[in-house]
Unconditional design. Structure first.
Lengths: 73, 670
């Protein structure tokens, strides 16, 4: 089942399934590496932006945007 | 001359490589988005000169923000002979995404696989030969910060320019997309296109607005254009662009497979440990405040109290020597007055603050080079969102502490217009280095024991006003959605002495240059107006300047500092803020010919603690200098916004200064 990135907890690993944001934001996320099938790991998710590890790099994603990134649960 | 362009993701080390190649001293830092302009330099390699172009970092050629547009436009239209694609070895898959786009364009590309030292530390292993073979282009390992691989990358680039190496796209898309590309290629086959046909077709399928726009502007036939429009009508529900992005990543993945080996388990790094503390839910903002407090405390303690006194006595002794010399050679009195009052007391008063700003820029440079900037964006995102902005805007604000010009330029990295405008409009409330001399003169005169605290409070007040105005603007002038934060958090790096000193020197040089040009010109003008007409007592109320000041003074009366010299100094600060101190130095010193710290003594006579405070608040907030207004004009392209900026900041400065004075008076301070 797909859930949003915000629902993951610190340390959880997941795969990006799809992004339900507007055209521009979706493209931006895709081009920064959040494309279908990208493997991510949540490093921090308590307040403010979610920090994920993506290809071994850390990326901070604003909460509102993180809600639109659907991952497998 | 052949042109070599440096292209790559943000923070992959393009500018570091550029500096290594050209011997330039461009500003570098450890956060994504340091470079927002195209920079050019020359390199002489094996007897030939090459033009090297450094571009802002970008994740893709589908540009969103202004800095990315600059990079993209140059790649598309600047026709570089070869592109050095700077790839961060720690993050090769994501970086190769841009590489695939460059290859698709049929550009000649050489990869600089940069930051190899860090990748090695992380135990990432590369089979360079395999990478190069799979991509079909040279891959050169580099460590730009240490100058390693520079020769090789140049040799590879030049071989690429003169060699007959066909690049062409090694990418394959799925059948449906291929079919569409071929269809569009067929539509366009008789047209004269600004770009290669296959790439143009791909971009059309990808729904790339920029390329579609360019096509419409070119002399492509109406028939073809209609065909393209029909294609979109027919396929409007399908998201080819995302499929194409996925194919590019799939290609990048295939390239790295078997050629890049990452350790199974990523170990916890020092960066992770630091981040756990500085991005902590409760500690994040307080830690930011502590860092800023330490910056200002150190600036004040070291810059002013330790190094500052030496500078003051140096200038004074020099002034004394020059005076003796001028009298000895029987120079005319007016000339002596000009040199001593104008140049020494005016410009000298500014030069005295070199130690102070040296320390400030040293510390800010350290902060920028460490990697903390991106964390500040993270920590502040939550609050910034509530004010209608996003965390990244905060980075522009911190840059503004050094100088508002680069602060405003850095707003180019923001994705949407609304964010950019608001962040630009509030930037002048971030107190820049040039205002430091003003504060320190007043602090020395009235609050000598609380310098760091007063400075910190002023900067905090600036931030608070900026945040309040951000909220006001996002509720009134710029409604609508703000963009979301999406920012890489680079690993912390020990700032290199070379970079920190370079950034510091750039700023000191700018400061000295302004002192020698703008400030000198302003002070000269002020001096002339302050001694004319000859019938009036020099530096008195009946000189031209005195009359002008007396006319202006009532405006500032409610803020408590209604003496004409103070008013004139504020206006003299419009060309450059350092001129405020220069002008005060000239006017007050001309009035009281005492020994010792002339300026400070006379300020004590003209101000009280309370009016000193309201004067500092006024200089903190009021109209930014000409250079900043010029930048706003350039960046917004609008006279209207420039004038608005000049006037609204003056109004805010006046209101807050009046409040400080009036409330302070009511509470019985003076």
């Amino acid at each position: 089942m797909n859930i949003s990135l915000c629902e993951l907890r610190c340390g959880d690993a997941a795969t990006v399934k799809r992004i339900c944001a507007g055209g521009c934001a979706t493209r931006r996320l895709y081009e920064m590496g959040f494309n279908t099938g990208a493997k991510i790991k949540v490093i921090k998710n308590d307040f403010g932006p979610v920090i994920v590890s993506l290809f071994g790099n850390k990326v901070a994603v604003g909460r509102g945007l993180a809600q639109k990134i659907m991952v497998d649960g | 001359m052949r042109t070599i362009a440096l292209v790559g993701n943000p923070n992959s080390g393009k500018t570091t490589l550029f500096n290594a190649l050209t011997g330039s001293n461009q500003h570098v830092g450890n956060w994504p988005g340091v470079t927002v302009e195209k920079k050019e330099g020359k390199l002489n390699f094996k007897g030939k000169e090459y033009n090297i172009v450094d571009l802002p970092g970008t994740y893709s050629l589908g540009a969103f923000s202004e800095d990315e547009v600059i990079a993209r436009d140059f790649i598309l239209s600047g026709n570089p002979d070869v592109i050095i694609d700077v790839v961060d070895a720690n993050n090769i898959e994501r970086n190769l995404y841009l590489t695939t786009q460059l290859l698709e364009m049929g550009k000649k590309v050489v990869i600089a696989l940069n930051m190899m030292d860090e990748a090695e530390r992380k135990n990432i292993q590369f089979d360079i030969g395999k990478l190069s073979k799979k991509l079909g282009i040279p891959v050169i390992p580099t460590i730009a910060s240490k100058g390693i691989g520079i020769e090789d990358i140049m040799q590879a680039s030049i071989d690429m320019i003169y060699g007959d190496i066909g690049t062409g796209s090694p990418l394959q898309y799925n059948e449906i997309i291929n079919h569409h590309i071929e269809y569009i290629e067929n539509v366009l086959k008789d047209e004269k296109l600004p770009y290669p046909i296959r790439w143009t077709a791909l971009k059309i399928v990808e729904n790339d607005e920029e390329v579609l726009q360019k096509l419409e502007e070119s002399d492509i036939s109406d028939d073809s254009m209609r065909n393209i429009e029909d294609f979109f009508k027919y396929h409007s529900s399908e998201n080819f662009e995302l499929e194409i992005i996925d194919s590019r990543y799939a290609f990048a993945h295939r390239v790295t497979e078997g050629a890049v080996k990452r350790p199974q388990e990523e170990s916890t790094t020092l960066t992770d440990r630091i981040d756990r503390i500085v991005t902590n839910k409760y500690l994040g903002v307080p830690i930011f405040a502590i860092i800023m407090f330490v910056v200002f405390q150190l600036t004040f303690e070291i810059g002013e109290e330790i190094l500052g006194e030496a500078a003051v006595s140096l200038i004074e002794n020099l002034g004394g020597l020059i005076q003796v010399f001028l009298i000895a050679i029987k120079a005319p009195n007016w000339f002596i007055s000009f040199i001593i009052d104008g140049a020494i007391n005016g410009v000298g008063a500014v030069i005295e603050f070199v130690p102070l700003i040296t320390i400030l820029y040293l510390l800010l440079g350290f902060l920028e080079d460490s990697g903390y900037m991106a964390r500040a964006a993270y920590v502040w995102d939550n609050l910034m969102r509530r004010l209608g902005l996003q965390g990244r805007a905060f980075v522009s604000m911190i840059i503004g502490f050094g100088c508002n010009v680069p602060g405003i330029m850095s707003t180019r990295t923001l994705d949407n217009k609304k964010d950019r405008m608001i962040t630009t409009l509030i930037n002048p409330f971030m107190s820049c280095g040039a205002k430091l001399p003003i504060y320190s003169v007043f602090i020395a005169a009235f609050f000598p024991n609380h310098g760091g605290l007063i400075l910190f409070s002023l900067y905090t007040l600036g931030i608070m006003i900026a945040l309040i105005m951000a909220k006001v603007f996002s509720k009134t002038l710029f409604k609508g959605e703000s963009s979301y934060l999406i920012m890489e958090l680079p690993p912390y790096r020990m700032p290199t002495i070379k970079n920190v000193l370079r950034n510091m020197w750039d700023n000191i040089y700018g400061f000295l240059k302004r002192a020698g040009t703008t400030v000198f010109a302003v002070v000269t003008l002020v001096w002339v107006l302050a001694v004319l007409p000859a019938s009036a007592e020099p530096y008195g109320q009946f000189t031209i300047l005195g009359r002008m000041g007396t006319f202006l003074a009532p405006i500032l009366m409610p803020a408590g500092f209604g003496n004409w010299q103070a008013s004139v100094a504020l206006f003299a600060g419009l060309p450059a803020k350092e001129a405020v101190v220069g002008t005060l130095g000239l006017l007050y010193a001309g009035e009281y010919a005492e020994e010792g710290s002339l300026l400070i003594n006379s300020i004590q006579q003209h101000f009280t603690s309370l009016t000193a405070l309201s004067y500092m608040v006024m200089t903190l907030l009021y109209t930014p200098c000409a250079a900043v207004l010029g930048t706003i004009k350039k960046e917004t392209g609008s006279i209207k916004w420039t004038v608005f900026m000049a006037l609204y900041t003056f109004a805010i400065g006046w209101i807050v200064a009046v409040m400080v004075f009036q409330i302070g008076s009511l509470l019985g301070f003076n």
